[in-house]
Design a protein around this ligand. Structure first.
Ligand code: NAD
Length: 497
């Protein structure tokens, strides 16, 4: 049985935990270890370690900070297999999916290696005679990241590489369901030369989060998780005077227009609906089939499902793994019954799908609910599992108003061969990320990731230049060096001359 604890001040924490949780292997249903749950005392120790390390890290030159990130990048490349295995063993996602997660996280590290360029300010010479003005961006201090179970490496890597590169110290509170990846990342940062205390990990759940949200030493909070918790994080931490970005849940719609390549659309719906067992914030959970292609599209989607191999990550052939916990699997499956009771047609029942793994695993095969309407709970709720809802729309206008009228606004996609329709959709749809014949794209590290409406509380997306903006604050400087003839005392409002 493994045991995960905190990482504070550059080393594993050696104290006794007041309480612990179990870590499962979702593919077997077995408990494989335990994780310490931090109280306010351990959170305080982590924030103090970060506060102590911050002044020297802030003074560390941009070149040296970038050096640490370059070294970290190399270490991740060397250990990417170990990291992916750790992710699969606690999350359940298949090997190719875990490897993809590491690769997408690595892109943010590579982006952060360019921090000397990203932190360039502006300079205006002679804004007044002999007077220059310039702007600089400076780190905030100690910042915190609180992350979900579904990307135990990538989502923390959306945050800390940029925060550290900007000169902040970081405290990460990963999901208690898959805590091991955070500790390997901490070790690799240390090996890369990051000074002790600049990066810390506190394990745990609500108590640990609450202690971070109100700690006077924490200047900013980045959160990714479900919408109710995102709203709570935003309200609590902003009330405590902190800068907050809180990314929430999703209900991503994929609109298929009648002129689309239906084979491409069906492949996309299956890949993005069932990849990672639907436990991705960018999963397609609703297909909006615009008349008259609904029946044909559903047939094409359904015909692809029997060929999907559902099984554990240690079987290289597996394409879809288990769900994260038994209760979550049962909740996801309950939408199949409630959907039918509310009038949907169960076109594919994932409870009957063959599984190649252990009987105790948290399995549920891919399902399709057809003729879903916006009134049904399977449409309204974020299911976060391998259940694809198909809604029929009479035309483009009805389709786009479904997407824009949905309370969530993370990502959306349109499948069409009509460039004008795609252009119009991109322009008018209310969602933060849009795919055109791409289901549903996660922006590259040099663009920023974030939704609209109930999918984001705060105004700054993560990574990219918005990440740099979030983890720094601006300073505008006006300076005069060579002009002694300043005109003497003047109580008037300064004007430029
Ligand atoms: P979650 O909201 O349950 O947990 C996220 C984090 O918050 C975890 O670290 C958890 O320990 C903590 N937490 C949970 N309940 C809390 C509470 N009551 N008070 C304080 N902290 C609490 O989310 P999850 O189940 O781990 O992840 C899945 C969710 O995350 C889905 O809703 C998914 O859409 C969302 N997600 C969103 C994005 C995005 O970019 N918008 C990305 C990934 C996941």
């Amino acid at each position: 049985m493994k045991h995960c604890s905190h990482w504070i001040g550059g080393k594993p924490w050696a104290g006794e935990a007041a309480s612990r949780g179990d870590i499962y292997n979702p593919a077997t249903g077995q408990v494989t270890g335990t994780v310490d749950f931090a109280t306010a005392a351990e959170v305080n120790a982590a924030v103090e370690a970060a506060s102590g390390a911050w002044p020297a890290w802030r003074e560390t030159s941009l070149t040296r900070r970038a050096d640490v990130l370059f070294a970290f990048r190399e270490l991740i490349r060397q250990r990417k297999g170990d990291l992916a295995e750790l992710i699969s063993s606690e999350h359940g996602k298949v090997a190719s999916d875990a490897a993809g997660e590491v690769a997408r996280g690595l892109e943010v590290v590579e982006f952060a290696c360019g921090i000397p360029h990203l932190l360039k300010g502006g300079f205006s010479e002679n804004v007044s005679t002999g007077v220059d003005a310039y702007s600089i961006r400076q780190p905030l201090g100690v910042v915190a990241g609180i992350t979900p179970f579904n990307f135990p490496a990538m989502v923390p890597m959306w945050m800390f590489p940029i925060a550290l590169a900007c000169g902040n110290a970081f405290v990460l509170k990963p999901s208690e369901k898959d805590p091991s990846a955070s500790l390997l990342l901490a070790e690799l940062l240390s090996e890369a030369g990051l000074p002790d205390g600049v990066f810390n990990v506190v394990q745990g759940a609500k108590d640990a989060v609450d202690a971070l949200l109100t700690h006077p030493g924490v200047r900013a909070v980045s959160f990714v998780g479900s919408t109710p918790v995102a709203r709570y994080i935003y309200e609590t931490a902003t009330a405590a005077g902190k800068r907050v970005q809180a990314l929430g849940g999703a209900k991503n719609h994929m609109v298929v227009l009648p002129d689309a390549d239906l084979d491409l659309a069906a492949d996309a719906a299956v890949s993005a609906g069932f990849g990672s067992a639907g436990e991705r914030c960018m999963a397609v959970s609703v297909v909006v089939a615009v008349d008259p292609i609904g029946d044909e599209l559903v047939e094409k989607i359904a015909s692809r499902i029997p060929g999907l191999r559902v099984g554990p990550a240690d079987d290289e052939q597996s394409e879809m793994g288990p769900l994260i916990t038994g209760p979550h699997r049962d909740k996801v499956a309950s939408y199949l019954d409630s959907g039918v009771a509310e009038g949907a047609v169960l076109a594919v029942d994932g409870r009957r799908h063959p599984v190649s793994g252990s009987a105790g695993g948290f399995w549920l095969g891919p399902s399709v609910l057809d003729h879903v309407t916006p009134a049904m709970s399977c449409y309204r709720d974020e299911i976060f599992g391998p259940v694809l809802a198909v809604v029929r729309a009479s035309g483009y206008d009805e389709a786009v108003s479904l997407v824009s009228g949905n309370p969530y606004g993370n990502g959306t996609a349109i499948f069409t061969n009509d460039g004008g329709a795609a252009r119009r959709f991109t322009h008018e749809v209310e969602a933060g990320m849009v795919g055109i014949n791409v289901p549903i794209p996660v922006p590259m590290a040099f663009y920023s990731f974030g939704g609209w409406k109930a999918s984001l509380f705060g105004d700054t997306h993560v990574h990219g230049t918005e990440g740099v903006h979030f983890y720094t604050r601006g300073k505008a400087v006006t300076s005069r060096w060579l002009d002694p003839s300043h005109g003497g005392v003047s109580l008037g409002f300064p004007v430029n001359r």
